[in-house]
Ligand binder design. Structure first.
Ligand SMILES: [Ca+2]
Ligand SMILES: [Ca+2]
Ligand SMILES: [Ca+2]
Ligand SMILES: [Ca+2]
Length: 352
């Protein structure tokens, strides 16, 4: 009986440490996020209220009219459906930081007029960038996958994309720590593309799939996953940001993930396991001595280390995630602290 109880305690600890989420698949299909995207305003993005079981930390949904032309306002600037950043979800899923994104993209323009910015990840230890790749187009193009050529798009002072530089040393999916950033040329200026240093080396490679226009005729989907061990012990992942390289629209998601426990927390977790072992050992000694410690007495003693250890393993991500998920629905996910809410609207750009 005592042996069984201790085993159950250890099993509970292990179960708490490996709480399983439904796996998110990096395939450019956002149905695993609970997002349904369809052409001609058939998407349900603006009604998105989260999706259980995937470790969702936050999201930003802001789907403007799919029929809007180049002069259509998408906020903080203009550009219509071609530049409508529609959805970004961020999850801690199976040991990965997973991002799912939907953006408007007209297939007749290809990448000639559609140049994706790179992904910014702000943490307590600094800013990471993920190169999202792409190349010059002008026609409908295929999907961009991990390892494809990276790109730096050249954008003029009016926000027009006027060319690109292929980044052979910065392939699609490459992860960079504290890179320089190229700003959107029109205010409110924001960091949109990694300014690659040819002498720098990436610190890792994310799983990446960018559908471009291969899934629907009005949208592109971007899905990527980074190994959470990439971030140091105790480092908190705070927010993620994406814009087209011209900065017409933007997606910002605040999260609070601390995926790797700090050393102090590991000590606490270890202490819990040691306490369980000592408890089990003590009970065995009592039995050997013919003692009569009852099951109820054992349970009271066991409850302290069990509770302590369980709290340790759930504090990192799951416990904080719940509170933040609800916040990001406010104001279509932008939140009251957005620096762009009260700024004047910039003049139209990217209009022929
Ligand atoms: Ca997917
Ligand atoms: Ca749209
Ligand atoms: Ca939008
Ligand atoms: Ca880039």
């Amino acid at each position: 009986m005592i042996h069984n109880t201790a085993s159950i305690g250890v099993a509970l600890l292990m179960a708490a440490a490996v709480v399983q989420a439904d796996p998110l698949v990096v395939d450019g299909d956002l149905s695993d996020w609970g997002v349904h995207v369809a052409d001609h305003n058939g998407s349900d993005i603006n009604a998105y209220a989260g999706h259980a079981g995937i470790g969702l930390g936050g999201w930003h949904s802001e789907d403007s009219n799919d029929y809007q032309g180049d002069s259509g306002y998408v906020g903080p600037n203009y550009g219509g459906q071609n530049y409508d950043a529609e959805f970004m979800g961020v999850a801690s899923n199976e040991g990965r930081l997973v991002i799912g994104l939907s953006t408007g993209q007209r297939p007749d323009n290809g990448l000639k007029r559609y140049s994706p910015g790179d992904l910014r990840i702000v943490t307590s230890a600094g800013v990471y960038g993920v190169e999202l790749g792409g190349g010059a187009g002008g026609a409908a193009g295929g999907a961009i996958e991990e390892g494809a050529l990276g790109s730096t798009y050249l954008v003029d002072s009016h926000g027009w994309t006027i060319g690109h530089v292929a980044e052979a040393g910065a392939v699609a999916g490459s992860i960079w720590f504290n890179p320089d950033w190229i700003l959107d040329p029109i205010g409110p200026q924001g960091a949109v593309q990694i300014d690659h240093d040819p002498s720098a080396a990436s610190i890792g490679l994310a799983d990446l799939f960018f559908s471009r226009d291969s899934a629907t005729t009005q949208h592109a989907f971007l899905e990527l996953a980074l190994d959470l061990t990439l971030f140091g012990d105790g480092v908190t992942i705070q927010s993620l940001h994406w814009r087209p390289s011209c900065g017409n629209d933007e997606l910002n998601v605040t999260v609070d993930f601390t995926p790797n426990p700090e050393p102090g927390s590991l000590v606490l977790a270890g202490a819990g396991l040691v306490a369980l072992y000592l408890l089990r050992r003590r009970r065995q000694l009592v039995r050997q001595a013919g003692g009569r410690a009852g099951a109820s007495g054992f349970s009271r003693f066991a409850s302290a280390p069990l509770t302590s250890a369980t709290q340790v393993v759930t504090t990192g991500c799951d416990a904080r995630r719940t509170a933040h998920g609800a916040l990001h629905q406010m104001d279509n996910g932008r939140g009251a602290s957005s620096p762009y809410r009260s700024l004047p609207i910039a003049p139209p750009r990217d209009t022929p």
